[in-house]
Design a binder for this molecule. Structure first.
Ligand SMILES: NC(=O)c1ccc[n+]([C@@H]2O[C@H](COP(=O)([O-])OP(=O)(O)OC[C@H]3O[C@@H](n4cnc5c(N)ncnc54)[C@H](OP(=O)(O)O)[C@@H]3O)[C@@H](O)[C@H]2O)c1
Length: 316
């Protein structure tokens, strides 16, 4: 089959080459998908899993790309839930050959049925950004109907999906972006748009959840807007952004108001939660923070429930 593969770790995107590779084999619980559309993020080429398998062995030539949409053409031994000929979309494994190929082998649990009225190109743009938005808002932010969420970067890949999901659950959405993003924000459905180039972030007022993709000063200033009992979620990497590293300590009150629920699986971003009202004030001397660093998960993009992932780390 034809595929786009990489073999030279130092070459960056210049190392992508169109090549012939063997047809993939479906392992137990896999399906082989004939890929109709795929997405690729250039910084995948910096991820260790792009170059090695789960045992740490070199697996070049490696096929990048994880988001995919296509049609099931083979089932592996024991595979259930999908059938040959079914339209599907989802995520190829981080540490196996991916979606920039005519065919790819994927665990069936990492795919979801694709409705007939959704194009493959649309579906292939959704899984990673959609899961990132979903996990940030609901798994970490616990956003519910009637709450107010401040979503940064609403014109971007993650922010634009976060706006639509937040609206879907009945939250009030304040979205931020640049001057040129105002119309796009309105089209996505934000209730209030805040132009970070010309307006004061502090005018957003108190919110239940901050959903951050920008980091730095914007993240630091957003912490003061989280009301007691609210949550701040950032997708910025702690290793690259001091504000993300300090995310929990930036909150005005950091007393934990209820026992932290252990995250079932790993996902993206930091989440830190403020304590609630008087109880928080009286226990300030015993401040604790609930926060975690996690990674994108791979699973059923429609539900985001059965994901495999990496072990969450407690922070600090
Ligand atoms: N995309 C994913 O699937 C994914 C998955 C996991 C984690 N992440 C992380 O999430 C973050 C956002 O990713 P993304 O793909 O959504 O990026 P993106 O498409 O570039 O979106 C970011 C948005 O924020 C805006 N923005 C950035 N700085 C701003 C500022 N100072 N003032 C106003 N607007 C500003 C950008 O505007 P301009 O373009 O005009 O700067 C853009 O519209 C990144 O840290 C990324 O690593 C992304």
């Amino acid at each position: 089959m034809k595929a786009i593969a990489v073999s030279d770790r130092e070459a960056g995107v210049a190392g992508l080459s169109f090549t012939d590779l063997p047809h993939p084999e479906a392992a137990s619980n896999d399906v082989v998908v004939r890929v109709h559309a795929a997405s690729f993020i250039f910084n995948e080429l910096e991820w260790p899993d792009t170059w090695t398998d789960r045992a740490g062995r070199d697996r070049t030539p490696s096929v990048p790309g994880h988001d995919l949409s296509g049609v099931v053409v083979e089932l592996g031994y024991g595979t259930t839930g999908l059938s040959v000929g079914q339209r599907v979309f989802g995520l190829a494994d981080w540490a196996r050959n991916g979606s920039l190929a005519e065919y790819t082998a994927v665990e069936a649990r990492n795919l979801a049925p694709l409705p007939i009225d959704i194009d493959h190109t649309v579906a292939a743009a959704l899984p990673i950004s959609g899961l990132t938005a979903w996990q940030g808002l609901f798994d970490h932010g616990h956003l519910t109907a009637g709450q107010t969420v401040l979503i940064h970067g609403v014109a971007g890949a993650v922010g634009s999906i976060a706006v639509q999901l937040a609206r879907e659950v009945g939250a009030r959405v304040i979205g931020t972006g640049r001057t040129a993003d105002r119309d796009r924000a309105a089209a996505l459905g934000v209730h209030t748009f805040l132009d970070l180039d010309t307006e004061k972030l502090e005018d957003a007022g108190e919110v239940d959840v901050v959903f951050d993709v920008i980091g730095g000063d914007i993240l630091a200033r957003s912490a003061a807007l989280v009301r007691a009992g609210g949550t701040l979620v950032t997708h910025r990497r702690a290793a690259e952004d001091p504000a993300a590293r300090r995310a929990g300590t930036l909150l005005p009150c950091r007393t934990r108001s209820r026992p932290a629920r252990r995250p079932r699986r790993a996902s993206t971003g930091w989440a830190a939660q403020t304590g609630g009202g008087r109880r928080a004030a009286t226990r300030r001397s015993r401040r604790r923070i609930r926060s975690r660093q996690t990674h994108p998960r791979q699973d059923d993009p429609a539900r985001s429930r059965r994901l495999t992932g990496r072990r969450p780390k407690q922070w600090p």
